[in-house]
Design a binder for this molecule. Sequence first.
Ligand code: PEP
Length: 256
Amino acid sequence: MARTPLISGNWKMNLNHFEAIQLVQKLSYELRNHDYDKVEVSVHPPFTDLRSVQTVIDADRMLFGLGAQNCHAETSGAFTGEVSPAMLQKMDVDFVIVGHSERRALFGETNEIVAAKALAVATHEMTPIVCVGETLQERESGEAESVVEAQVLGSLASLKGEKLTKTVVAYEPVWAIGTGVTASASDAQQMCAHIRSVIETIKKSAAEEVRIQYGGSVNAANAGELMSMPDIDGALVGGASLDAASFARVVSFQDT
Ligand code: PEP
């Protein structure tokens, strides 16, 4: 089955709302309508920028989706400093990244927490982008596949039926994030194929539908080769998404 690649820009904790508006305007200028023929694109600004970016996307009928980088699993309540999926849904957010390795490592997010967030996102009719990936130590000790398998099973455990098939999984080896070191296309393909086979054990028919992104130092030079792999359905892009021209070149990878 043909899966439409999804290219998502994770801005992390960068850009205030004025800078965010400038970036989406530049990005919209860089991208041509035909760039969206074969791929879906999403931008994931910090929470404080979402409303501004959403307003610009709506007003100028921009063709990319709006994404958040995280959310809480509960709909409302005494969770000082948190943002709920209901609030994001109300702001027309389409995608929410959950379980990014920075959140797992720096904010103690376990597979159980990630699973609860993924369910909350899907329940609010947005698409979770569930991140998984091994550390360098885990890769070097030959544990990469088992670590990623446990993350996939644990983080997707709450999703059933359509909620599972619509979910996006991002394979992001921790050692490739923000380092300039990219997984080789064949290593990335091997792990993404493994992830698909793990999803098959949860629900056979979901495996062909779930989109699996690769993330980790993706740029214009390596995007084409990575995304030509049969089990890689797009990219989660950090650093290169902060520059409109660079991100646009990743999005138009099929032209290169
Ligand atoms: C990320 O933030 O998910 C990421 C992959 O970052 P980078 O592209 O900078 O490695």
